[in-house]
Design a protein around this ligand. Structure first.
Ligand code: UGA
Length: 457
């Protein structure tokens, strides 16, 4: 399926491996072999470029050479292995040598949130320093890492002082769980570039994707597009979550409300699914960083601020809903938690709503059994022994007083509700993703809480 998708993408975007003025394929180094760097590196290799993915973690590089992925991302394994075999993709820890032998260097290292809520750009700074030390002729240095607005200008100046470099900002819009298909069919490619020479190189690099919008702008605007896009989507989610909370009491069905709103193409139907709050490595971090930057320029971003506050409340609302079903005290109650990842099709638990929900459940004295198809290993790092991890969905729900569905994995959407009814102690369910069959749940005698969806019409 994925093979077909890639082939389709390359054919339909007319990949010919050439551009008028710049030689292609190009020699590319990607510094940072995490989720962003890996998908980018393997995707560029699939387009025909010669790519070295780099990392300081020797173990990770060793595993990648053997085709073992450090993350769960549908389609990534096949993409990496195929390009390793075709010798267009390689992995290395030799950053200096790779920089010297490349035409385009991507920075794809993390920019985590620091202790005071600020964006920690130290990994980016260290990569820039290394690039500067390895100046040996003209190169384009392109940031995929999300850096605070204004950082690119400073990096560009720093690099110019070291050698013949042009800096480009090329923000990341891939979604975890569908990153590979997003790579080959992007909604747009945004390139912040301020030199004609670098622009031509970026045009040639992304030529296979040129039937999709490729938007050239300046560096600071590209940086702003990234933060504004993620913050806008966060606002959209918090908005529909609040509408769902209203639907909870008025009896309206938020799914119909979302459909009715989304039919207006000025609004659009995407990202109108209410749930337990947004999580992941991007929205929580980027909304905070957007606020922080605005504060530095003495500008208020009240909408973004409100989206963050509403999201915090939304996670805790799930506990209130659990109490609606079980009564005020959760002490000694058995909770089956289905889903730990921040969304389906990923093993990522960063800022997952499950984290705060688990914390609140434990503090209330509940006993938690959890199951997730991919994310248990990562959640174990945060809660090694406070909750019980189960090998199967069925094992998690045995004897449950309340079942909470937090992530909309297909396995949960499609679960046999009769089997669920047979295993649980009490037929109480909190469907935090509005994804179950309520006729069937009602028939089986379940009492249901959800997010803005009436149980019985
Ligand atoms: C997000 C953006 O969608 C990508 O475009 C961007 O590249 C990426 O951040 C990034 O900055 O690197 P991602 O965090 O992988 O991607 O996941 P999303 O699919 O955007 O979901 C984020 C959160 O919002 C999840 O917790 C999800 O469950 C929640 N969500 C999403 C909803 O609650 N309702 C929706 O309708 C959509």
């Amino acid at each position: 399926m994925m093979k077909f998708l890639l082939l389709f993408a390359l054919l339909s975007y007319g990949f010919e491996g050439s551009s008028e003025n710049v030689s292609s394929p190009q020699r590319v180094a990607v510094v940072g072999s995490g989720y962003v760097g890996l998908v980018l590196g393997a995707g560029l290799a699939e387009m025909g470029h010669s790519v070295i993915c780099l990392d300081i973690d020797e173990k990770k590089i060793e595993s990648l050479r053997e085709g073992v992925m450090p993350i769960y991302e549908p389609g990534l394994h096949e993409l990496v292995v195929n390009n390793l075999r075709a010798k267009r993709l390689s992995f290395s820890t030799e950053i200096d040598a790779a920089i010297r032998s490349s035409d385009v260097i991507f920075i794809a290292v993390g920019t985590p949130t620091g202790a005071q809520g600020e964006t920690d750009t130290s990994y980016v700074e260290s990569v820039v320093k290394t690039i500067g030390q390895n100046a040996n002729g003209y190169k384009v240095v392109c940031s995929k890492s999300t850096v605070p607005i204004g950082t690119g200008k400073k990096i560009a100046t720093q690099l110019k002082d070291c050698g013949d470099f042009d800096y480009v900002s090329n923000p990341e819009f891939l979604r975890e769980g569908s990153a590979v298909s997003d790579f080959f069919t992007p909604s747009r490619t945004v390139i912040g570039v301020e030199s004609e020479r670098a622009k031509k190189i970026m045009e040639a690099l992304y030529e296979p994707l040129s039937s999709q919008p490729v938007f050239f702008t300046d560096i600071v605007s590209a940086e702003t597009i990234k933060y504004a896009s993620n913050s806008f989507l966060a606002v959209k989610i918090s908005f529909i979550n609040e509408v769902a909370n209203l639907c909870d009491v008025t009896g309206a069905d938020v799914r119909d409300v979302a459909i009715g709103m989304g039919l207006d193409d000025r609004i659009g139907s995407k990202f109108l699914n209410p749930g337990p709050g947004f999580g992941g490595s991007c929205f929580p971090k980027d909304t905070l960083a957007f606020l922080q930057t605005a504060k530095e320029f003495e500008v208020d971003l009240k909408m973004t601020e409100a989206a963050i506050a509403a999201n915090k409340t939304q996670k805790l609302r799930m506990i209130k809903k659990a109490r609606n079903l079980l009564g005020e005290s959760l002490e000694g109650q058995n909770i089956a938690l289905l889903g730990l990842a921040f969304k389906a099709n990923t093993d990522d638990v960063r800022y997952s709503p499950a984290i705060e929900i688990i914390r609140a459940l434990i503090e209330s004295g509940a006993s938690v059994k959890a199951y997730d198809p991919e994310a248990m290993k990562n959640m174990k790092i945060l809660f090694p022994s406070e909750i019980e991890y189960c090998k199967t969905l069925k094992e998690a729900v045995v004897g449950a007083d309340l079942t909470i569905l937090l992530t909309d994995w297909d396995e949960f959407r499609e679960m046999d509700l009769t089997v669920l009814r047979d295993q649980v102690r009490q037929p109480l369910i909190l469907d935090a993703r509005n994804c179950l069959d309520y006729d069937e749940l009602n028939r089986l005698g379940f009492v249901v809480e959800n997010v803005g969806r009436p149980n019985v019409r």
